[in-house]
Design a protein around this ligand. Structure first.
Ligand SMILES: Nc1nc2c(c(=O)[nH]1)N[C@H]1C(S)=C(S)[C@@H](COP(=O)(O)OP(=O)(O)OC[C@H]3O[C@@H](n4cnc5c(=O)[nH]c(N)nc54)[C@H](O)[C@@H]3O)O[C@H]1N2
Ligand SMILES: Nc1nc2c(c(=O)[nH]1)N[C@H]1C(S)=C(S)[C@@H](COP(=O)(O)OP(=O)(O)OC[C@H]3O[C@@H](n4cnc5c(=O)[nH]c(N)nc54)[C@H](O)[C@@H]3O)O[C@H]1N2
Ligand code: SF4
Ligand SMILES: [Mo]
Length: 680
């Protein structure tokens, strides 16, 4: 397998490492040892040769002049970006000496690893790093920044992250994109839905913004932010009232449909319209379309979920397919996330047994600023950041940066670039790109498992996450075998999951031969779900025990203060979270950070299209360019993209976002903040 690295010229199989549901099969073209082009793999059944613009321009990023090549130590104030080159030996000995001192003087929970899925490779994210920090006995991070609220909510209804096979959705006759900007964030679902559309299917988009996906749809339904549960309940009201429900399906496969029938009587179309801003006749039209569709598929995105009520909203939407028996129809059902099907052996990979004390304090990654500035438990004195850029992506960024600026916080950042977070580090370590590593990739949307074998040599002195953790374990003087396992050994351990038959026949050898393999996923129905009852839980006793309403219920957003606009800072087309926001080509394609606002609101504030504007609340402020029109409802403003420090360092949207947690999963509430806007 070293062959891929040593070959100077040729085309090599690869997989996209980005945190994107599509997880594309790639072909990497090399000339004279350098990657010169990246294409979609035409043989990959889901990718079918098509990839996004972001990754077609990936070579610009891997050979960007600013890519880190050497370890660095800080020589100026935190945040200033002044660093000096050091050797790996010095870097590792500085970090381990400081950690040994902290463990001795303050205890191991003074150390917090902070990571996410900047590279989705499971070995690099969940392997040696988790093992090392378990062995240390460090504070535990709760990985709640992305899908946590919705995953918990969907799970109450469906028993886990199990939905429709996206390849089957080509047969669905109605495709509802519910709070997902799929044209930008799940382009192969759009390709499949488009194919279905050519065979007569209809596409409906329910969103707060007439974005690229809304413009592609047959019908765009604008909804007020955070009100989707009410809309779903209104649709249920009509489905029951007008006899569209599939009684046989509900009787056999659900719990609580009789209670639900009673429960939704109060969600009249008139009431739902007053909550959601959707006209009464459109609620009827949507419900009848759904009820009459031969088969209907709902793709549930982050929109409903990144709110105070995100868990319950996702649960409510997830109930809909059961009412009309969609789960037995070709291509019908829903996808929130399909991660459950490809579940690997997490304990074998992460080795929680290496933790001498068992438990440790848990730090919610959405509350990093609070954890650093107003600790509830043990004070944090060291932070190790990899695969993540919290100074840009975490909510309440002002507080996060105050925390990162603490002189008594020893911070290490491992990344490919000197990110905004890295500018606060004491030690910066250069990371290899995914193309330089061995790793295992599991999509959370389609059913394929991929292997990445290194296709290029490490850039400069960069090292993979696993390699750095192995060095740190050695430097700490730890002798456990598990801290020396190779990446391939960890792949073998992960794939051996007796609790998941879907991946039983997938082996490292098989992956080496084929690159990717589709898991052997059986249809969900007929079958037993992983809910307590084994059925779809329209009524959830489990939720009731936890203090939630047992039925899907609309709960309004939390009062976020006296500011007139709900502020929705979402993903954009050419970045991936903050990744690419520092790469010239991608920034150029995205042009400027804009705030979309309604014409009527702009007129009152005397703001015109293209004006420089200030957006603020109690948490912070940022400067953007006004995009005035009819793409958002009055009272709503939408911004796209995590612009890092953006134009002149002033487009940091997370300076404004709340660090409250959602109703479920300790999830993020990026979209539930309020702001004021004014012309500069
Ligand atoms: N190009 C690109 N692709 C990406 C990413 C990226 O940054 N850029 N990020 C990746 C990651 S990590 C993830 S998790 C996914 C996220 O992908 P998506 O699920 O598409 O998430 P967002 O774009 O954040 O938000 C989805 C949509 O929800 C809408 N919305 C906001 N609030 C509400 C609401 O209350 N109700 C409704 N109905 N809609 C609402 C927004 O306008 C937006 O169109 O995409 C992945 N793919
Ligand atoms: N306002 C607002 N904030 C959001 C969101 C939103 O919609 N709105 N979306 C949220 C969501 S859904 C998510 S998932 C989070 C994502 O938040 P993050 O996971 O922090 O995502 P990125 O900003 O892409 O940062 C990933 C970093 O990992 C680095 N990296 C890539 N590969 C490797 C590697 O192999 N090793 C190491 N050590 N580093 C590597 C990249 O260079 C990059 O700097 O952001 C959240 N923040
Ligand atoms: S970011 Fe998504 S669409 Fe683009 S290449 Fe990667 S997996 Fe495919
Ligand atoms: Mo995400």
């Amino acid at each position: 397998m070293m062959a891929y690295i040593t070959e100077q010229n040729g085309v090599f199989p690869s997989v996209c490492s980005l945190d994107c549901p599509d997880q594309c099969g790639l072909l990497v073209h090399k000339e004279n040892g350098r990657i010169v082009r990246i294409d979609g793999d035409p043989e990959h059944p889901v990718t079918q040769g098509a990839i996004c613009n972001k990754v077609r321009n990936m070579t610009e990023r891997i050979y960007d002049k600013n890519r880190l090549q050497y370890p660095l130590k800080r020589v100026g104030p935190k945040g200033s970006g002044q660093f000096e080159r050091i050797t790996w030996d010095e870097a590792i000995s500085t970090i381990t000496a400081e950690w040994k001192r902290l463990i001795e003087e303050e205890g191991p929970e003074a150390i917090l690893p902070y990571s996410f899925y900047g590279n989705m490779g499971r070995i690099g994210t969940e392997g040696m790093g988790r093992r090392l920090f378990n062995r240390i006995g460090a504070s535990k991070l709760i990985y709640s920044i992305c899908e946590a609220a919705g995953t918990e909510g969907y799970g109450y209804t469906m028993g886990g992250s199990y939905g429709t096979d996206p390849e089957e959705t080509v047969h669905a006759k109605l495709h509802i994109m519910w709070g997902i900007n799929a044209v930008s964030t799940n382009m192969h679902q759009v390709a499949i839905s488009e194919k279905a559309r050519k065979q007569g299917a209809k596409v409906v988009v329910i969103d707060v913004h007439r974005n690229r996906t809304a413009k592609w749809a047959d019908w765009f339904i604008p909804v007020l932010p955070g009100t989707d549960a009410a809309l779903a309940l209104g649709v249920m009201h009509i489905l029951f009232a007008e006899g569209y429900t599939d009684e046989a399906f509900m009787t056999e496969f659900t719990v609580g449909h009789e209670q639900l029938r009673e429960h939704v009587k109060s969600y009249t179309p008139e009431l739902v319209s007053s909550i959601t801003g959707v006209p009464v006749e459109d609620i009827y039209k949507l419900a009848r379309m759904y009820g009459e569709a031969e088969s209907a598929f709902i793709r549930i995105g982050n929109g409903p979920q990144h709110h105070d009520n995100g868990g319950m909203t996702t649960r409510a939407i997830a109930c809909l397919p059961a009412l009309t028996g969609q789960w037995l129809k070709s291509g019908g059902g829903a996808i929130k996330g399909n991660g459950g099907y490809l579940m690997i052996n997490k304990p074998a990979l992460e080795r929680p047994d290496l933790r001498a004390q068992g438990g440790a304090q848990e730090i919610n990654m959405n509350l990093l600023g609070i954890a650093l500035m107003e600790p509830q438990g043990q004070k944090l004195s060291s932070l190790y950041v990899f695969n993540a850029n919290p100074a840009v992506v975490a909510p309440n960024a002002t507080k996060v940066r105050e925390g990162l600026a603490r002189e008594d916080l020893f911070t290490v950042v491992h990344d490919l670039f000197l990110t905004e977070t890295a500018t606060y580090a004491d030690i910066v370590l250069p990371a290899t790109s995914n193309f330089e590593n061995t790793d295992l990739y599991l999509s959370y949307w389609h059913h394929y498992v991929h292997l990445q074998q290194p296709v290029a040599a490490p850039y400069g002195e960069s090292k993979s996450n696993s390699d750095v953790f192995r060095l740190l374990a050695e430097g700490m003087g730890y002798e456990e075998e598990a801290l020396r396992d190779s990446d391939e050994a960890m792949i073998v351990q992960s794939l051996n999951n007796p609790n998941n038959r879907n991946i039983a026949s997938i082996t490292l050898e098989g992956l080496k031969e084929h690159g990717s393999i589709k898991a052997d996923v059986k249809p969900l129905f007929p079958g037993r779900l992983r809910t307590p009852s084994g059925r779809i839980e329209l009524y959830s006793a489990q939720m009731e025990r936890k203090g939630f309403p047992p039925m899907p219920t609309y709960t309004p957003l939390v009062d976020d203060g006296p500011y007139p606009f709900l502020f929705i800072p979402t993903a954009n087309h050419n970045f991936l979270n903050s990744t690419f926001s520092n790469n010239e080509k991608h920034v150029k394609l995205e042009k400027t950070p804009k705030l979309h606002m309604n014409r009527a609101d702009a007129a009152v504030l005397r703001i015109e299209d293209g004006d420089a504007i200030k957006v603020w609340n109690d948490r912070g402020d940022c400067e953007l360019t006004a995009a005035v029109g009819d793409d958002v409802l009055s009272g709503v403003v939408v911004m796209q993209g995590l612009w890092a420090d953006g134009k002149d360092g002033k487009a940091l949207v997370n300076a404004l976002t709340p660090d409250r947690v959602a109703d479920m999963g300790k999830g993020a509430t990026f979209f539930s903040g309020r702001v004021q806007v004014a012309k500069i």
